[in-house]
Write a protein that binds this ligand. Structure first.
Ligand code: PLP
Length: 582
C-alpha cells in the first residue's frame, strides 16, 4: 500500500505542465471513460467483449454442467465483516474492478441453464439483453423528451401494442414502465385512490376505502397498501373456488353488498390473472358487471378494476391464433390449455388497467414491468402535477408530470419493446406453447410413477407441482384423501413435512454440486401452501394447506432427458430423506 502511494506521488504529469496530482488523475481517467468519438479501437467495445468472454468462463463447459455459475457454489460473503468497509484511498484500474465484478457472479443461479426450474424466471432473450446494455451506454432518461428524444418510442409503442392486444383503442391508452409487478400494483392503487377519493392528493387519505382481491392474490398487496398509506387492514380478501382457485364471484358480491349498505367506498378490485403457482385467473367480466351494479356511495369516484396480469399477460399473444387450423401444430392435449388461458386473459379488456412483467413470461432481463391503462386522458390528468422549473417540455410526451418516479431509466422500456419486436405473435406463441408441451410430457412421466402425483393436473399454467410419497404408497389415492377429508389432516401435515425436507435437500444438492447418474441435480423450489384443502377454504387452518415440489420448465433449452433426470433426482432425494427419518 505504502509503496503504491509513493509510486503514485512520483508520477509527474505527462503534459509536463503541472505537478498537480488531480490533473494526473483526470488524465488517467480519460482511459477509463468511453470516448465520445467514433474510434476503430473503441476501448469500451473491446472491454465489454473481453468482460463477456470472461464471464462466459463461469458457464459450464459440457452440455449439462452445474446449474450455477462457476465452480464454487458456497456463499463467500463474510456477513460479519462486509459492512466494515471503507472507500479505498487510491483510484483503481477498471480492469481490476471488472475482475472483481465478475467474481461476484460465482455461484449465482444460471438462468439460462436447463436445470434451472425454480421459478418463473426465464433467461432473457438476446435482443432484450443487448437493448438493455446499449441503453446503459447512453443513459437516456425517459422522464421527458429532452433527455429521451426518440427513445420515448419504446414506451409509447409498447403501450400501443399492449393496448391493442387487450382490444382497447390504442391511441387513447397509455403505459408507464416501472419498478416491477409490485410497482404496477402500487400504480393501480394510486390511480384508484385518486379517482375514488379525489381530495386525497391534497389532504391525504382520510377514508378507509377498501381494496379487494382474492385469497390467491400476490403478497405485494401488502407493500402497496402499506406504502401508499391506505393501510394493510383495508384489504378485503375474497374466497377462491376450490377447483379453479379463481375469485368466488358470490363471495365478492356479498362483500360489495355489505360495503354498499355501510356506505364504504371500494377503491379498487384487483383480478389476479395467472397466479404464480395455481395459474388462477379471476373472472374480470363478472367483476366489471358487479362494479356497474354496486356503485360507490355518493361523493366518491368509481371503483378501479385492475388486472394483476404480470404473469398471465403473454397469453394475449394468442389473440389472432386460429385454434381450428392450429398453424403452429400444438398437440391435441396442449391446444385446449392454450385456448383456456387465452380465453381467460382476453378479459383484461374489461379492466381499467393491467400489469405486465417482461421479466417473467416475456423472457427478458429485470426490471421490465409496465403498467398499461385504458384511458390515458383520465389517468394522466388525474395524477398530473405542475411541471418542474428544471425541465422544459421539448416533446409532446412528458410523463414526469404524473409518474411515481422522477428520473426513469430507459432500460425496462427498451427491454420490453425489443422483446415485443423480437417475438411477435408467433414467437410468443411458440415459446409459451412449447413450455406447455414440456409440462404435459412431465405430467405423463409423473403419472407413470405411482409414488408421485401431480397436484395441479387441471391447471393450464407453466408450472408443474408434484408430491412424492414413501415407496409403495399410492400417491394419487393418498393425495385425494388428504385434499378432501379432515380425517387425513395428520397425514397431510406429515407429508407436507416430507415435501419440505425433500425440497430443502434438493436445494442443498443443487448448491453442493451433487451429481446423480453423472449429471448435476436441478435447481427446483417448493411451495408451502399453493392451495388449501377442500375443508379449509377460508384458510383459517394455517396447516391444512398443500405443500408441493415446484418445477418451472421456462427454459428454451429444456429437453425430455432433462425432465426425466429431474424426476430421478426428486425420487433420490425422497429416498435419502426417508433413510434419515428411520
Ligand atoms: C411476481 C408478481 C408480482 C410482483 O412482481 P415483481 O415484478 O416481482 O415486483 C405481483 N403479482 C403477481 C401475480 C406476480 O406474479
Amino acid at each position: 500500500m505504502i509503496n503504491k502511494v509513493e509510486e503514485n506521488t512520483q508520477i509527474k504529469n505527462v503534459s509536463g505542465q503541472s505537478d498537480k496530482h488531480w490533473e494526473k488523475y483526470r488524465l488517467d481517467m480519460l482511459k477509463s471513460f468511453p470516448s465520445p468519438y467514433r474510434n476503430e479501437n473503441d476501448t469500451l467495445a473491446l472491454a465489454i467483449n473481453k468482460a463477456i468472454l470472461e464471464i462466459d468462463n463461469l458457464k459450464p463447459e459440457k452440455s449439462m454442467g452445474s446449474a450455477f455459475l462457476g465452480t464454487n457454489s458456497e456463499l463467500t460473503i463474510d456477513f460479519e465483516k462486509v459492512k466494515q468497509s471503507s472507500l479505498n484511498q487510491m483510484m483503481n484500474k477498471p480492469e481490476i474492478v471488472i475482475e472483481e465484478v465478475i467474481k461476484l457472479f460465482e455461484g449465482l443461479p444460471n438462468w439460462g441453464h436447463p436445470l434451472t426450474m425454480c421459478n418463473v424466471n426465464p433467461q432473457g432473450n438476446t435482443a432484450a439483453i443487448i437493448a438493455a446494455i446499449l441503453t446503459e451506454l447512453f443513459a437516456p432518461n425517459i422522464l421527458e423528451g429532452e433527455y429521451a428524444w426518440n427513445i420515448h418510442q419504446a414506451e409509447l409503442e409498447s403501450g400501443g401494442i399492449l393496448a391493442n392486444l387487450a382490444g382497447w383503442v390504442s391511441k387513447d391508452s397509455g403505459c408507464v414502465y416501472t419498478y416491477g409487478g409490485s410497482g404496477c400494483w402500487t400504480y393501480q392503487l394510486k390511480y384508484a385512490l385518486t379517482r375514488v377519493l379525489p381530495d386525497s392528493r391534497n389532504i391525504g387519505i382520510r377514508t378507509d376505502a377498501k381494496v379487494i382481491c382474492s385469497q390467491q392474490a400476490h403478497y405485494t398487496m401488502l407493500n402497496s397498501t402499506d406504502w401508499m398509506g391506505l393501510g394493510m387492514n383495508n384489504i378485503i380478501r375474497i374466497k377462491t373456488d376450490v377447483e379453479t382457485n379463481a375469485m368466488d364471484i358470490n363471495d365478492l358480491e356479498e362483500v360489495m353488498k355489505d360495503c354498499t349498505a355501510k356506505k364504504i367506498p371500494i377503491a379498487s378490485i384487483v383480478c389476479t390473472m395467472g397466479t404464480t403457482d395455481a395459474n388462477a385467473f379471476d373472472p374480470v367480466k363478472e367483476v366489471r358487471d358487479l362494479i356497474e351494479k354496486y356503485g360507490n356511495p355518493e361523493g366518491y369516484g368509481k371503483t378501479v378494476l385492475y388486472c394483476d396480469s404480470v404473469i398471465g399477460w403473454s397469453w394475449l399473444a394468442f389473440k389472432n391464433y386460429d385454434f381450428t387450423i392450429n398453424p403452429l401444430g400444438f398437440s391435441d392435449t396442449v391446444l385446449p390449455y392454450i385456448k383456456n388461458n387465452y380465453n381467460a386473459i382476453k378479459d383484461v379488456f374489461y379492466a381499467d388497467a393491467f400489469g405486465v412483467d417482461f421479466h417473467k413470461t416475456g423472457f427478458s432481463p429485470y426490471i421490465s414491468s409496465v403498467f398499461v391503462y385504458k384511458n390515458a386522458l383520465e389517468f394522466e390528468s388525474l395524477l398530473s402535477r405542475d411541471s418542474s422549473v428544471y425541465l422544459q417540455p421539448r416533446s409532446p410526451y412528458n410523463p414526469m408530470n404524473y409518474t411515481l418516479e422522477v428520473s426513469r431509466a430507459a432500460t425496462g422500456s427498451m427491454v420490453g419493446w425489443a422483446t415485443l419486436k423480437f417475438f411477435g405473435h408467433e414467437g410468443f406463441q411458440s415459446v409459451l406453447g412449447g413450455i406447455l408441451e414440456n409440462k404435459v410430457y412431465l405430467q405423463n412421466k409423473i403419472d407413470e410413477n405411482s409414488e408421485m402425483v401431480c397436484v395441479n393436473p387441471s391447471d393450464y399454467g407453466l408450472v408443474t407441482l408434484l408430491r412424492i410419497y414413501p415407496n409403495g404408497m399410492d400417491a394419487q389415492a393418498q393425495f385425494n384423501n388428504e385434499l378432501n377429508s379432515p380425517s387425513f389432516r395428520d397425514d397431510l401435515i406429515k407429508y407436507n413435512k416430507l415435501t419440505l425436507a425433500i425440497g430443502d435437500l434438493l436445494f442443498q444438492w443443487f448448491r453442493s454440486g451433487k451429481k446423480i447418474n453423472g449429471l448435476f441435480t436441478p435447481h427446483l423450489s417448493f411451495s408451502t401452501g399453493f392451495r388449501a384443502t377442500k375443508y379449509n377454504r377460508d384458510m383459517k387452518d394455517k396447516e391444512a394447506v398443500v405443500y408441493a415440489i415446484k418445477m418451472f420448465p421456462m427454459n428454451v433449452y429444456i429437453t425430455p432427458e432433462i425432465m426425466n433426470h429431474t424426476l430421478v433426482c426428486v425420487a433420490a432425494a425422497r429416498d435419502e430423506v426417508m433413510i434419515a427419518v428411520k
